[in-house]
Design a binder for this molecule. Structure first.
Ligand code: MN
Length: 691
């Protein structure tokens, strides 16, 4: 981390220069509004007089920058004034009535709204949830409150290095990554989202951040050369088809590169698509023509084409995405969209509040915005009764990436990414969820547990005799489905108990491959347990009848989701969950009689494997490999092929499959490709980020 002590010293003349610069940026607003905005600035400056930021700067710099960010979004004058005054209720002597008197009800309500959303970095999940609840209320009332809050966050993240307590700095960065960045994304403000993510990464993973930064700087020259060529090819081809386009190239933002490394198990060196190319066309029709032009220039990678024009994302995002193999088999993602779509992609929902002179902004009601609707549903369904659960539900249901699927009638339904037909069934109606039996996606039967894909049309098949199964918990993503399944199982299935993300089953199945430890004769175990033998039957009955039985996580080995775990029915303390290899288990005298099978309810049944390929040079190796993987129902997550110095091909692939055994079949079938010289497994990249 850079030295924290360097404070910024700003003289009065510097401040005057900053204010002049700010004034210059107000040109798009009519003169009367300009004057009023400056009146807000000068009053705010006076009120914050003598206060300093942690950076040592005069406090007014903070509201000034916050307002500038919103000017970039062309927000209406009330929002700009609200931003300039956003901290006066909290940090100065002014009260709401004075604010109303000077700037009117509208501005006062905005400032009041921002003040109520206190920062969540206080740690306690109860406080966080309380604050989130207020944020939800504020959003439903007026989305401009959130725009100001996001801009406020953006400047605070920019000056985060001046917070000297390590813990607090990390907490703020984490909260930004978990709540505010995804919130910006959900509102469609993609550039703000990327900035918040990159700033979070800088503090949460300083080494990785520095590494990516250095890597990108190193490759700059090579990249420029390559992109110039691509750009030239695109412009020339468009010209021949008499199309008017603009081409923009960019390095992807750091956080998205980091996610690729983490999700796909790649090293920085192996990530070829650090770059993105964006083509802007005049009309939606022209986008499809341009797609044809691109696919004639380079071979598209199968399975990578996405049509967000026909099926926009929940936040309104529209674009065509395709990945093509350019020279040397180097994959490149190309996005094609119209200029209007581009504006929506950059500004998102905020575009509806964008200030247009002479016209009142075409504000849409917050309740028309998908993310607000989802938040409202969670609140209406009472998920905010339990603080921790509400926070989880928001992170899982609302802030996560989502897909849209259609009912047979054509109604779009938005679900968290990774959702299955079970989630869909519950989102239609809990009765349908409780009786779903199977599903059809685009007409073909699919397992209830298979993740749905964006834009599929899905029909749920039900039967009066069907009912929820404990395994469903492993395959649902939405808080709603999870909550309903848990509730159903706890009241209908006497053999299971679900608590704290752990499922305990009556089934006495003691894993056979593991010989039970020899009877313990040592006296060292601290608590003198009674020697009464409890049979499995009784354990089961205890669970079945005692509904108030609790599941506790043992403090000695503190298992976390993903660890192999085992439960122990204690006397009077419910079920205690240990890691399977916890040494303390040996000290428990009647452990064998009292052990009980427990699982993490969210454990995924799917598994990934990375492998390396070495092959003689051939043109279609990529698609052959993809076909081999598909044949055994695997899913290619990532893949890259590169020409070696000797003219061979070398590549790394990551495949997701139903079980480890499938990999044997896949690798056998790849080995059968005539040019392939070798295939070998590569250790999965594992790096828990947080949580
Ligand atoms: Mn602030």
């Amino acid at each position: 981390m850079s030295p924290l002590s360097d404070k910024l010293i700003l003289s009065d003349t510097d401040l005057d220069a900053q204010i002049r610069h700010f004034t210059g940026r107000l040109d798009n607003y009519p003169r009367s509004e300009r004057r009023d905005i400056l009146r807000a600035l000068h009053w705010s400056r006076k009120l914050h007089e003598g206060q300093q930021r942690a950076s040592g700067e005069p406090y007014i710099i903070h509201p000034l920058r916050t307002a500038e960010i919103l000017i970039d979004f062309r927000m209406d004058p009330a929002t700009i004034k609200g931003a300039l005054l956003h901290d006066v209720l909290e940090d100065t002597e002014v009260d709401r009535s004075e604010l109303v008197e000077k700037f009117g009800e509208d501005v006062a309500t905005l400032v009041d709204g921002v003040t109520k959303i206190d920062d969540m970095d206080v740690g306690k999940s109860a406080r966080k949830a309380a604050s989130l609840r207020k944020m939800v209320w504020a959003m439903v009332e007026d989305l401009r409150v959130i725009f100001i809050k996001l801009a406020d966050k953006r400047h605070n993240m920019n000056t985060l290095q001046y917070i000297t307590e390590d813990e607090r700095r990390l907490r703020i960065a984490r909260e930004c990554l978990e709540i505010y960045a995804p919130m910006a994304g959900k509102l469609g403000m993609s550039s703000l989202k990327s900035e918040l993510e990159d700033l979070s990464l800088k503090y949460l993973k300083p080494e990785t951040y520095a590494q990516i930064k250095e890597h990108i700087a190193l490759k700059k020259a090579e990249r420029g050369h390559y992109l110039e060529k691509i750009q030239g090819n695109l412009l020339q081809a468009a010209n021949q088809s008499r199309m008017r386009i603009e081409v923009a190239t960019r390095a992807k933002h750091f956080y998205s590169i980091y996610r690729k490394m983490k999700d796909k198990g790649k090293d920085l060196e192996e990530i070829y698509d650090l770059l993105g190319v964006r083509v802007l066309c005049d009309t939606p029709e022209a986008c499809y023509v341009m797609l044809g032009v691109v696919h004639r220039l380079w071979v598209p990678l199968e399975g990578r084409f996405k049509d967000y024009i026909a099926s926009p994302k929940g936040n309104g995002y529209q674009s065509l995405h395709t990945t093509v193999l350019t020279e040397g088999g180097r994959p490149l993602e190309i996005q094609i969209r119209s200029r209007t779509m581009h504006e929506t992609a950059e500004f998102g929902i905020a575009a509806h509040w964008a200030y247009k002179e002479g016209k009142s902004p075409d504000q849409i009601h917050p309740r028309q915005v998908a993310v607000v609707k989802q938040l409202q549903t969670l609140r209406d369904e009472g998920h905010d009764d339990d603080a921790g659960e509400f926070l989880d539900a928001i992170k899982r249901d609302v802030l996560r990436d989502s897909i849209i699927v259609y009912t047979p009638k054509g109604d779009p339904i938005e679900l968290p990414e990774g959702s299955t037909a079970i989630d869909l069934a519950y989102s239609i109606h809990s009765e349908i969820g409780e009786h779903c039996l199977g599903a059809k996606a685009n007409g073909a039967i699919i397992p209830l547990t298979r993740p749905l894909e964006n834009t599929q049309t899905v029909q749920i098949l039900t039967s009066p005799n069907a009912h929820p199964h404990v395994n469903w918990l492993k395959h649902v993503r939405s808080a709603r489905a999870r909550g309903k399944i848990r509730a159903w199982l706890n009241s209908h299935d006497a053999n299971v108990l679900i608590d704290r993300n752990i499922v305990a089953r009556q089934k006495p199945s003691v894993p056979q491959e593991e010989p039970s430890p020899p009877p313990e004769t040592n006296e060292s175990s601290s608590s003198k347990l009674e020697t009464q033998v409890l049979d499995q039957e009784k354990v089961g009955i205890t669970i079945g009848e005692e509904r108030n039985m609790m599941i506790k996580i043992s403090q000695c080995c503190a298992p976390v989701p993903g660890d192999r775990i085992i439960g122990y029915v204690s006397r009077g303390r419910g079920i205690v969950v240990h890691k399977e290899n916890c040494p303390n288990l040996k000290g428990i005298e009647d452990f064998d009689e009292r052990r009980i099978q427990v699982d993490w309810e969210t454990a995924s049944s799917r598994t990934t494997q990375r492998f390396r390929i070495h092959s003689r040079y051939t043109h279609d190796l990529f698609s052959e490999i993809e076909a081999a993987i598909r044949k055994f129902h695997g899913h290619l997550i990532s893949g890259s092929l590169d020409e070696t110095e000797r003219g061979d091909l070398e590549g790394f692939f990551t495949v997701e499959m139903e079980s480890r055994d499938d990999f044997k079949k896949i690798s056998k079938s790849i080995r059968a490709i005539p040019t392939v010289l070798s295939i070998s497994k590569v250790q999965n990249f594992q790096n828990r980020y947080y949580g």
